[in-house]
Write a protein that binds this ligand. Structure first.
Ligand code: HEC
Length: 405
């Protein structure tokens, strides 16, 4: 039993670390994007070679100066911003393994999509992240990568294509988390393989008294812009696995496209806003909200049990007999092996998310959650481990329609 408790706590600590590292990384990334946009000309810095901005924070004033490509003299102490990125990726990678590869029957493998072995699922997951990075990196370095807009379109198409691939391999949540992990791998890979090494090459050239090759700075800037636009979509994908309406396999690539578009255009708005409030393109918000509204509508249209719920309401109007006892039996046989005070499913120490489904009071209390998780969507039972049938879900729908008020 102790190993289950350790697994539970290990997951909690890893997630704690991962969220904090991510906050530190995204926070510093937003900070520098804002700083870059707010720089103004400074008498000590030649035009086109940087600028300065004033900030106030925590009881003090800061005069921030930027030197492009580098100052005349390298300072003795230089703070590098790289470990926020590395620790976010590393903790995320271990968390992915901890939750998805160590408990793949619960979260990753959906036999109705593809009956993978845990080993095969983990190999596909990790292999795709590594391969995906190389494809993206080659794309950026190829002649196609010279054209920023073309590269953005190709990168976008590649991510959507990968999400389609994942939706054919894994459960809905497995597909979403892997799409997010792939984008996050591009981001950390950009820092680790391009941005920091290029910065080091520039410094080495300066120390050797040579003019640094401007291609290094250009390349790093390109990747840094990609990271900026990927931030919001990645964070949504990381949390999407807690929201079952996002997880209908058939619509995952379209959802990923809509969310990526909305997240990127919101970032784009802020980049303009920070540069000059008076020229902020407010209509970007309209475009983002439209994309998100389409995502909501689509997820509802595609939800596998939406119709069951609508049909149940007609049955209620036609005075169908109460379904409570049939529903109770279904919840007992299909859910309570996990959702009990003492679950029998191996590895669970207590009812997941404290959702206990044992008495009629329990059923009534969780009625809306049951509707979302087991009728409208088929998120529960996870990967249909207890083999609930579609007809049984329809009985639950009728019980819900009869008791929902
Ligand atoms: C094999 C074990 C298992 C079975 C069987 C199972 N669940 Fe779950 N359930 C889980 C786990 C694990 C979670 C937590 C998921 C997570 O961490 O996002 C969960 C979460 C839930 C939640 C809370 C969701 C949330 O995010 O707040 C509800 C409600 C739920 N299940 C309902 C059901 C219903 C209804 C059934 C039966 C039709 C069922 N479950 C069958 C394992 C199971």
């Amino acid at each position: 039993m102790l190993e289950f408790a350790l697994h539970e706590w290990g997951g909690a600590f890893l997630r704690w670390f991962h969220v904090i590292a991510g906050m530190a990384w995204i926070g510093s990334s937003f900070f520098f994007m804002h700083l870059d946009a707010s720089l103004r000309a400074h008498p000590e810095i030649a035009a086109g070679k940087g600028g300065a901005a004033w900030q106030v924070h925590g009881g003090g004033f800061y005069e921030m100066k930027k030197y492009l490509v580098a100052p005349d003299h390298l300072p003795a102490e230089l703070t590098w911003h790289k470990w926020q990125s590395y620790t976010t990726w590393l903790s995320g990678f271990f968390l992915l393994g901890w939750v998805y590869y160590a408990q793949s029957a619960l979260f990753l493998i959906d036999p109705a999509v593809r009956p993978l072995t845990p080993m095969a699922a983990a190999t596909i997951g990790i292999g795709s992240l590594v391969l995906g990075w190389f494809v993206y990196d080659l794309l950026c370095k190829s002649p196609l990568g010279q054209n920023e807009n073309l590269l953005a379109v190709l990168g976008f198409a590649f991510v959507i294509g990968m999400s389609f691939f994942y939706s054919k391999m894994f459960s809905g949540r497995g597909a979403l988390i892997h799409t997010g992990a792939l984008m996050a791998t591009f981001m950390s890979g950009n820092v680790f393989r391009i941005i920091i090494p290029n910065q080091k090459k520039v410094i080495a050239a300066l120390l050797a008294g040579q003019a640094p090759d401007p291609k290094y700075g250009k390349q790093a800037k390109q990747r840094s812009i990609h990271n900026n636009y990927l931030t919001l979509p990645v964070v949504f994908l990381m949390i999407s696995n807690h929201y079952p309406l996002t997880q209908t396999s058939a619509i995952i690539p379209v959802l990923v496209a809509l969310i990526t578009f909305a997240g990127a255009i919101i970032r784009h708005f802020f980049n303009h806003w920070h540069a000059d409030h008076t020229k902020a393109p407010w209509w970007y918000w309209g475009a983002a909200i439209l994309a998100l509204a389409v995502a909501i509508w689509l997820s509802w249209q595609a939800a596998p049990g939406r119709v069951s719920l609508l049909e149940a309401e007609t049955k209620v109007a036609a005075k169908a007999p109460p379904a409570a006892s049939a529903a109770a039996e279904i919840l007992q046989t299909r859910c309570s092996m996990c959702h009990a005070s003492q679950p029998v499913y191996e590895g669970l120490l207590s009812a997941p998310k404290a959702v206990q489904l044992e008495t009629s009071e329990d059923y009534a209390r969780h009625l809306k959650a049951i509707a979302l998780q087991a009728v409208v969507t088929h998120a529960m039972p996870p990967n249909n481990l207890t083999e609930i049938t579609f007809e049984e879900r329809q009985v639950l729908a009728l019980w819900i329609a009869q008791n929902n008020r």
